[in-house]
Design a binder for this molecule. Sequence first.
Ligand code: NAD
Ligand code: ZN
Length: 342
Amino acid sequence: VTEKIQIAKDPASAVQTALTLGNYSGIAVLVDTHTRAHCYPLIKNDLPVHNVIEVPAGEEYKTLETCTKIWKELTAHGFDRDAVLIVLGGGVLGDMGGFCASTYKRGIAFILMPTTLLAQVDASIGGKLGVDFEHYKNHIGLFNEPVATLMVTSFLKTLPAREIKSGFAEIIKHCLSSDLKMWNAIRQKKVEEQDWEALIPHSIAFKSRIVSEDPKESGVRKILNLGHTIGHAIESHFLKAGQPLTHGEAIVIGLIAEAHISFQKKTLGKINLDQITGYLISEYGKCELPQSNELLPLMQQDKKNRGKEIRMALIDGVGRAVWDVKISENEIVNAISYYQSL
Ligand SMILES: NC(=O)c1ccc[n+]([C@@H]2O[C@H](COP(=O)([O-])OP(=O)(O)OC[C@H]3O[C@@H](n4cnc5c(N)ncnc54)[C@H](O)[C@@H]3O)[C@@H](O)[C@H]2O)c1
Ligand SMILES: [Zn+2]
């Protein structure tokens, strides 16, 4: 874990750290409806004079329209180049708030205080910022680093069970691609029984190591996209249909389908495929998928592709992942029908 990423013992000490990081001309705190209600009260009194910018909660609002609202409020409150934006929220706010801060007046400082499990173990690490565009996930954005990422695990106390499960999906992905032992430990327990005190730092360490080796995703960082080529297409599909899944719910389906592609490519054995699928279905249930021909065009827009070719990360034996593997449409069709047949 780098200096910039810290696990704070409570909200007050996170705020204290945040305030020592710069001599800011102003402080804006970005919240959504839920983090305003549940998290903001825990830091409010420790912050000096500041403005709160509130946006509606949910992936549906991870758009340029919401950015416009944020930029307008920053402008209306007169924030200058030396101001800081503290982003108090999950992955949606982190991606969008970081993007708004990085582009406002060509860039002001921002500090992430992730409040969801998903944001703590994944989204707030690695500098990917942006918003969705015309239902394509994270289509507009950039890479930029926050001044710091301050994790407060006690924020997770108010997080709904469905959101805990969403973040757990990324932890599963991290274990499948890097740590056979940890995968064997987590698959013995239900979501509710997991040891978060161990899993959160484990995921943070893994992701920050990969990101520091390859910050701009030209090589090894692509393994973090395991489950995401198909998962993002599924997430986009349900978002468009007006029945959004959580990010993790979509990624779980992507992990099953991509494990099946690894199986087709003979880099994952049948026993391991069954283990992965069995665990994920028992913890997350099954969901009705559209036909592959509705998902394929969404995958063709994926940022990991080279031109029209679909490339993805695959499992190369549990605990290892490879990247940039060329995938045929047929393999994807097979993987989707495998999921549907479960
Ligand atoms: N940048 C990256 O590298 C990266 C990686 C993974 C995911 N992501 C992005 O992250 C997003 C998903 O993030 P998310 O799952 O955190 O979603 P989210 O930010 O929408 O949060 C989920 C829900 O929980 C609520 N919430 C947040 N904190 C809470 C708390 N402490 N108590 C009660 N409610 C709380 C939110 O208001 C929201 O309703 C997606 O847009 C995805 O693309 C980005
Ligand atoms: Zn993800």
